[in-house]
Design a protein around this ligand. Structure first.
Ligand code: G3I
Length: 353
């Protein structure tokens, strides 16, 4: 038997054993053995990782056993890649890409152009559009070209809409290269660097802010009309446990209207950020599991050709950006000991149909 099957079998039983133990955080233990999500889903089930986490054997095993696609949580963004002198470093992105390749996992590129990343090396460039544009194109080409043939897709434009949904964000990239032009340009340069990758736009709070969703849909329409090779629509889906039932379904359906690939790209469900109307923690946890299930059911209901990937934003609760913000949050599928929670069970049930 090949080592992969041996490893997966051993880990499958580890997951099964883990699924029966008591819960440190008081959650009901899912009954019976759990099946790796990657073995149940006909499409990629993703998660985000940090290169350093992959050195932990338990984390590496749980991640490769459960998921079939990796997104770099932050190390494939400008904040890591662009050096103060304008050079690039790809050591950690390559580590993540190598891990994905060695474990039969896809790689998803996140994120090329983002208002939140404006490295000094770009800010310092003189105002001339030409030199700035050349550096912009060079960065996109370097990143997308490096993982050509491995990255299944890229978030080319991340979070373009203002939080209140009133307009496009204003930032270094839009100021130097134009509010829409900088996006169209990024898509064309990314396409030239990789003819196959699915090229995404990506944003958050689309399920909780109708104005933002409307503005996002208008932008997608405008970019397509402008000839941008936009071929995927991302819905980050960072939501709170008090999100009303149906919001995720309506949003994912609305995003699918263009017939493009759809990526639920960063789902997590915060307990702590949820409002106080729940009567107990158990009720909040049940609502959280229902929201995971609703998002996946809405994704599974899409035409197969539009199902790009379903990505959870982290592996174990302590790995989550939300838990770094508030240690009492439990937003993900596995607890701190790597045991599957009822959120995991909820996704498993959807995938089992
Ligand atoms: O690991 C280093 C540590 O060694 C160093 O001492 C410390 C201070 O410099 O930085 C640490 O890296 C931080 C990293 O998170 C890991 O914790 C980076 O500074 C920090 O910028 C990075 O934040 C990430 C953030 O995006 C910005 O890139 C979060 O992990 C990540 O979860 C978050 O993810 C975003 C998506 O990209 C877009 N959608 C929203 C989502 C949540 O904010």
């Amino acid at each position: 038997m090949n080592s992969d099957l041996t490893r997966r079998g051993a880990l499958g039983s580890a997951l099964a054993l883990a699924a029966c133990g008591p819960r440190a955080n008081g959650q009901p233990a899912p009954q019976g053995p759990v099946t790796p999500l990657r073995d149940l889903a006909p499409f990629p089930i993703g998660t985000c990782v940090q290169a350093g986490f992959l050195d932990d054997p338990a984390y590496a095993a749980l991640t490769s056993q459960t998921f079939s696609q990796l997104t770099a949580e932050w190390e494939m963004k400008m904040e890591y890649i662009v050096l103060p002198d304008g050079g690039f470093r790809f050591d950690r992105p390559d580590r993540i890409a190598g891990f994905a390749r060695n474990h039969g996992m896809k790689l998803f590129g996140h994120a090329l152009v983002w208002y939140a990343q404006q490295p000094d090396a770009f800010v310092r460039l003189d105002e001339s559009r030409t030199s700035f544009g050349r550096a912009y194109d060079n960065y996109i080409t370097a990143c997308v070209g490096r993982y050509r043939g491995q990255a299944s897709g890229w978030d080319v434009v991340n979070e373009p809409i203002r939080d209140d949904g009133s307009a496009l964000r204003d930032h270094l990239w839009s100021q130097r290269l134009g509010p829409i032009d900088h996006m169209v340009r990024a898509f064309h340069v990314a396409r030239a660097a990789d003819p196959e990758a699915v090229l995404f736009i990506n944003d958050y709070n689309l399920e909780s802010n109708p104005a933002k969703l409307d503005q996002y849909l208008r932008l997608i329409d405008a970019l397509l009309k402008a000839g941008a090779p936009l071929t995927g629509v991302g819905c980050q889906t960072h939501c709170n446990a008090d999100l009303p039932t149906g919001a995720l379904t309506r949003t994912i359906r609305a995003l699918a209207r263009f017939g493009l690939k759809v990526h639920v790209s960063e789902i997590d469900v915060s307990i702590v950020r949820a409002g106080g109307w729940f009567v107990s923690r158990e009720e909040k946890l049940a609502a959280q599991a229902r929201l995971y299930a609703e998002a996946l059911a809405a994704f599974v209901a899409l035409p197969e050709a539009q199902q790009f990937a379903f990505t959870i934003w982290g592996v174990r609760d302590p790995d989550s950006w939300l838990v770094r913000e508030n240690a009492s949050d439990t937003p993900l599928l596995f607890d701190g000991q790597g045991r599957p929670k009822q959120t995991y069970r909820a996704l498993e049930r959807v995938l089992r149909g």
